[in-house]
Design a protein around this ligand. Structure first.
Ligand SMILES: [Zn+2]
Length: 473
């Protein structure tokens, strides 16, 4: 057996793994990445996040669909390498009534598949391919492997669970921005590197073959997703934002497929009837519709401050100091109220934050938060963050040039934005970004309706100047 570009150790591993070898090439050995968490912790964080997702997502309960999806999932689990299947894992396969082509799996096993994935798939093998890819992220423990790499001062694995729902759904429509923060932490578990993507593709292809599916269906599904991204004007399916294309996907999946023996073909007669079952369900929601519907979950420390829509009293001339974990301190008007989630803090005046017409409205105030940055280039990190926020805020626009400035004596960038205000009309948002010592993006943003902008200019300036970053070790 010819083993190219594999180390001797990998070759030994491969010998254990490689049960089906055909032709000249062996299947690729996929190595479990370093991880400082236990499989039990994977299960714990996945279980918590799944509970939150289930509260927020339109779960499909139709028995035809749930039974079918579980059948496909069970087939894949049965075909997965035994040494990666930790007994503690809790696999589940949940269909959701969402339009976008997407699927995602949480650490420890819970998987969610969008209806849009079925709509776009030309065959059962294509859905199975994406599920095998997702299952591979679970088995390779990519979520907590990502978290293992981060050295975020706020990072507690338990906290991440609560953020995933927010990251996936986006914040309330009025809050530009809440989801910006959520995006940072929540997707730490769900946003994979290109290296992990390739691993999931290769292991996924191997699992598919053993379950009786041609792995080339996976490559074809990725092509469909990519076309969808182009035709939707670059906004792209959500899939692409958490599963970046490693490049040459079709090529290496095809090559891997050639090295694999495909088990006797799986029975795929369930696929056609499932399309009929979907047709009898209520129309799927888009992610944007879901984000509009979302109200922030109770018990998350989120509460209204006054009654949004009522007049906002002027800021007090007296200030007090607030602490943001080990990360920062700032002085804020003494009549403003902090509203915390585990990874962002909003300080808001009376009537500046709360439920309005069934949505969470954040109309006045300041928000501090952190976000994972994939780069040391501040401008690029800021742009990436903004792009993520803009996905759920179609009205959000950059207004004018970005400015270099200082936050707590560190180099920072100021970006002025406009958005539609939850109170009607326009709102002005000032976004200020800098890096923490560990490379995490720290941001704060000021939010005020256009009509009140002049009255809040001074208070925002004063808070900005008071910020002291305290993360340095
Ligand atoms: Zn992936």
């Amino acid at each position: 057996m010819a083993i190219t570009s594999l180390s001797r150790r990998a070759a030994t591993l491969l010998a254990i793994w490689c049960l089906t070898v055909s032709g000249l090439f062996a299947q690729t050995a996929v190595k479990l990445p370093k991880n400082r968490y236990t499989p039990e912790q994977d299960v714990q964080v996945g279980r918590e996040a799944a509970a939150e997702i289930k509260q927020q997502y339109p779960i499909i309960k139709d028995e035809r669909v749930t039974t079918y999806l579980t059948l496909l999932g069970d087939r894949l689990v049965a075909a997965a390498p035994a040494e990666l299947k930790k007994p503690v894992y809790e696999y589940s396969f949940t269909p959701v009534n969402l339009k976008e082509i997407n699927a995602f799996a949480l650490p420890g096993g819970p998987m969610f598949v969008h209806r849009g994935m079925f709509t776009a798939a030309a065959s059962e093998g294509e859905v199975v391919g994406v599920m095998a890819h997702e299952l591979s992220h679970v088995l390779l423990r990519h979520g907590t492997a990502n978290a293992s790499k981060a050295q975020n001062p706020w990072l507690q694995l338990g906290q991440l669970a609560g953020q995933i729902g927010g990251a996936m759904v986006g914040g309330g429509a009025g809050a530009a921005i809440a989801q910006g923060a959520d995006f940072g932490l929540g997707t730490l578990l769900l946003k994979y590197s290109r290296e992990y993507e390739k691993q999931a593709d290769l292991l996924g292809a191997q699992i598919m073959a053993r379950a009786g599916y041609d792995p080339r269906a996976l490559a074809h599904m990725f092509e469909t997703i990519q076309q969808e991204t182009k035709s939707s004007g670059g906004g792209g399916p959500q899939w692409m934002s958490s599963h970046p294309d490693p490049g040459n996907r079709t090529l290496y999946i095809t090559k891997e497929a050639e090295a694999l023996t495909i088990a006797s073909a799986a029975d795929d007669r369930g696929f056609a009837p499932i399309k009929t079952a979907f047709a009898s369900l209520p129309a799927p929601l888009t992610m944007a519709e879901l984000a509009k519907r979302k109200t922030e979950p109770a018990g998350n420390g989120v509460r209204s401050v006054g009654t949004p829509g009522q007049p906002v009293p002027p800021p007090s001339a007296e200030y007090r100091t607030i602490n943001g974990g080990k990360v920062f301190q700032a002085d804020v008007p003494s009549n403003w109220t902090p509203v915390s989630t585990s990874n962002a803090i909003r300080i808001v005046p009376e009537n500046g934050f709360g439920e309005l017409n069934g949505q969470i409205a954040f109309s006045h105030g300041i928000e501090f938060g952190i976000a994972q940055a994939g780069t040391r280039d501040l401008r690029e990190a800021t742009t990436t963050w903004l792009r993520a926020v803009a996905q759920n805020n179609p009205e959000l626009r950059v207004a004018g040039e970005q400015q270099a400035l200082k936050v707590s004596q560190r180099s920072a960038i100021g970006t002025m934005l406009v958005n539609s205000s939850p109170l009607g009309g326009q709102e002005r948002i000032g976004l200020y970004t800098t890096f923490l010592a560990d490379g995490t993006l720290f941001y704060y943003l000021t939010v005020v309706p256009e009509k009140d902008a002049a009255a809040f200019q001074e208070v925002f300036r004063r808070i900005g100047e008071s910020i002291r970053l305290t993360d340095a070790r």
